[in-house]
Design a protein around this ligand. Sequence first.
Ligand code: COA
Length: 178
Amino acid sequence: MLLPESERLVFRAWEERDWPFFAAMNANPRVMRFFPAVMTEEQSRSMWDRMRAELDEKGYGLYAVELKASGALIGLLGFHWADFAAEFTPCVEIGWRLVPEAWGHGYATEGACACLEHGFARLGFDRVYSFTACVNLPSEAVMKRAAMKKTGEFNHPKVAPDSILYPHVLYMSEAPDR
Ligand SMILES: CC(C)(COP(=O)(O)OP(=O)(O)OC[C@H]1O[C@@H](n2cnc3c(N)ncnc32)[C@H](O)[C@@H]1OP(=O)(O)O)[C@@H](O)C(=O)NCCC(=O)NCCS
């Protein structure tokens, strides 16, 4: 599998030994602050299976991200084929989720830039979208720092309409030669 590369980060496929880290990250209330709830072990297992299958089948997906300097696993970052009902779907989406110890170092921005470059140059993507709840300003800031352009807002069909997480911002990046 072709993998993104960046100065401080390693992108790789998930391995069995990463499961406890993954489940703990998804059960952490700080990490899941802008999601409807923390994830149960069962929900994490289902995402784990889907994430690994997507990497195997499509050759891209949500990669495990490690720090080159220490080898520490810090979270997930990469692509997902989004096919829920919306005006801009189906599409390739870019997303990120890091453990709090890894926040505030620019890793998400570095990883997003590396993945976008990889997606356009080596995976042949024309466009990549990113979206997050309007209240998730740290995630929107990553989109801005990665030079993605805001194209609008939408209500996420998988979120309850009375939730503060219902309205989302939508950002997009296009391949540089377009
Ligand atoms: C979204 C998330 C990845 C953003 O993390 P983050 O640390 O704010 O973003 P970055 O890794 O790009 O780091 C940027 C911060 O590091 C600082 N920084 C330090 N060194 C830096 C460097 N070399 N380059 C860039 N920024 C640097 C920046 O100033 C910025 O800090 P600030 O927010 O205080 O201004 C993180 O909040 C997260 O994992 N949240 C939980 C999961 C989630 O909500 N995911 C998104 C769902 S849509």
